[in-house]
Design a protein around this ligand. Sequence first.
Ligand SMILES: Nc1ncnc2c1ncn2[C@@H]1O[C@H](COP(=O)(O)OP(=O)(O)OP(=O)(O)O)[C@@H](O)[C@H]1O
Length: 277
Amino acid sequence: MSEGSSGDEYAVSVPEGRGRDRDADGEASTIIESRDLSVWYNDEQALQSVSMEIPEKRVTAMVGPSGCGKSTYLRSINRMNDLIDAARVEGEMLFNGKNVYDDDVDPVALRRRIGMVFQQPNPFPKSIYDNVAYGLRLQDRTENLDEKVEEALRKAALWDEVKDQLDQSGLDLSGGQQQRLCIARAIAVDPEVVLMDEPASALDPVATSKIEDLIDEMAEEFTVIIVTHNMQQAARISDKTAVFLTGGELVEFDDTDKVFENPENDRVEDYITGKFG
Ligand SMILES: Nc1ncnc2c1ncn2[C@@H]1O[C@H](COP(=O)(O)OP(=O)(O)OP(=O)(O)O)[C@@H](O)[C@H]1O
C-alpha cells in the first residue's frame, strides 16, 4: 500500500478533526445493535456471532478483505437478506431497541427508516425530479413536494447542478451525479439510517471526494453505515470502524483513529499495514 507513506508505522493515517473529535460533543446513543448475529447462505456461514453497537448520527465504516461478510452485515440491518432465498439469520439486530427480525416487523416499513445506497448508481429511468419524489409519492407524502425534492437535492449537494434540468432523465447525469441523485432519493423520505455499500467504488477521484464530503455532512442528520474496501477512505470519513476478517468474524470495533493507529488485535494490525488482504 502506498497511501499515507509519511514514515508512520501505519500505512493509513487518520486526518485531524475526524473520529473522536465528533465524539467530544458528547457520547452518541446506540441506534443499532447486533447481538450474536450469525448469517448463513445455505451451509456456508458468512457472519459469526457478531455483536456490535452502532452510534446514532455518526459514520461507521465496515472494512475487511473480500468475502468477509461486510455486505452481509449491512444487508442484515434492513433485512435486505430476506430477498436472498439461501440466507438464514440467527441472533438479534436491534434498531432503537427492537429486533428487526421479530414477527411483527414489516420489512418494507423498516426499509423506509433504514435506506440504502448501492455500489453502482441505480437511478430509475425517470426524470431527476421523479427519482427524488418517488418514495414520497409511494408514501402519499406529496404535500409541498417541490420543496421536499429541492431540500433532498440540496442535502445531496446536487441542487445547484440540476436545478434547471429537473425534467431530464436521471440516467443522463454523470456517474457521480447519479450517485448523489440516489443519495437524494434515499434521504428524501427522512430515514434515520442510511446504509452505503461501497458508494464511491465506481466513481473517479473527484466524484469520490464529493461523496466523501457529503457523507460527512449527512452525519449531522443521519446515521451512516458504509462498507468500503478503501481503508484510507474509512480513515477519512468515519468515526467508528469495524474490521471483519475472513470467515465473517468481527475482530475489532472501535473509534477510527484507535483502529488505524493503535489496533488491539494483531491480525487487524497486519491487515491495515497491508501484510495481507
Ligand atoms: N447471495 C449469496 N448467496 C450465497 N453466498 C453468498 C451470497 N452473498 C454472499 N455470499 C457469501 O457470503 C460470504 C460473505 O459475502 P459478503 O458479500 O457479505 O462479503 P463482503 O465482505 O461484502 O465481500 P466483498 O468485499 O467482496 O463485497 C462470501 O463467502 C460470499 O460468497
